[in-house]
Design a protein around this ligand. Sequence first.
Ligand code: RFL
Ligand code: PHB
Length: 397
Amino acid sequence: MTERTQVGIVGAGPAGLLLSQLLALRGIDSVVVEIRSRAYCEARQRAGLLESGSVDLLRAAGVGKRLDREGLEHGGIYLQFSGERRHIDFRDLAGGRTVTIYAQTEIVKDLIEARTAAGAALEFEVSGTEIDGIDTRRPVLRYTAADGTRHEVACDAIAGCDGFHGISRPAMPARALTVHERAYPYAWLGILAGVPPSTDELIYCRHDTGFALHSMRTPQVSRLYLQVDAGENIAAWPDDRIWAELQRRFALPGWELKEGPILEKSITPMRSFVAAPMRHGRLFLAGDAAHIVPPTGAKGLNLALADVAVLADALTALVRDGRDGPADAYSATCLDRVWRATHFSWWMTSMLHVPPSGDPMEAQLQLSQLRYLTTSRAAATTLAENYTGYLWPRWSS
Ligand code: RFL
Ligand code: PHB
């Protein structure tokens, strides 16, 4: 079956769904194809923290209603180390800017609902996704739909929003791409717990036995993470061991970590990865398809959404107005912000995690940096400015 659309989009994660929504606001049609089921996409536990630029963009995209009602606005974070917990006040340090807790699962649900209500072409459970002709003005997206029919869609451009393990990045000629990569010698064990958060704002904790993070999803559900060894097996972590380790790392006189049923647990490896350029011919990469950061800076989802704001403008100019300039600038515009976030995420990660070597020199350097951050306004401002979002692209609908 041969069809026609303006933009073919691979992947219905936050990047692909938001791109389809923003393009629709500009009157540009798209086809989104996704290998997983709708239920799987809506349940996959991932990010939870939005920069204010992400919140503004989702509102402008027309999917801000539930976010405004249910999102939890935070004006800072806590840094815990050497048995002390110190607050970093973003409102004061970053010109009133804040961050918002609203789960990626909820953003994906809101976007799928909006796209579906608009009658968009959104195909779940596809297989055999292929991209062809990216060096021409009429690239082709092929896939087999859930009902077994093979589709061929002629496009003006294709957006690869299919995450780190997708097919889009490998569809670019290897010689055209430069890859920068770093693997970290630890991983995160994350849990979702059916217990009200024990804190009003996130706690990033450096402990001699490893990093821990107390985040949340709702006033009833907590999200917590523990540094574990790279390659660790989840079977080695029964619930009581997880809580015992969380209790040990977060311990503070006069404060209690409340425990509850563990609803979900998983281990995530940590890596930094940047592939450049983010465009070849008529194929454009956005989000995790082009770059990965370790989660310590809470940047992955925010980078994906910001890429899409730039890409929606670039594609509007290219396919609707016949102007090449913004598409030509797309990769460089995004990579500036991507490298800032890559540095920030590496810096937060290196400052808070205990290397397997247990190097005492490293420990002293980390503690000195943490004391500096919590005593110098200049140092704290650097953290606040990056954490709340630096270099946000402008979006106007
Ligand atoms: P996604 O979400 O991976 O979506 C890609 C989609 O493409 C589909 N796909 C294909 N579809 C069709 N054909 C193919 N051949 C396909 N191959 C793949 C996939 O099924 C999927 O649905 O990428 P996207 O949209 O770029 O979004 C990126 C974010 O998901 C990611 O960066 C964040 O979750 C990272 N992240 C965090 N980011 C933040 O900004 N703040 C956080 O607090 C935060 N916490 C986290 C995180 C990631 C984590 N994990 C599990 C990696 C915490 C964790 C634990
Ligand atoms: C989360 O809530 O999942 C979360 C928050 C902050 C991070 C990473 C993950 O740095």
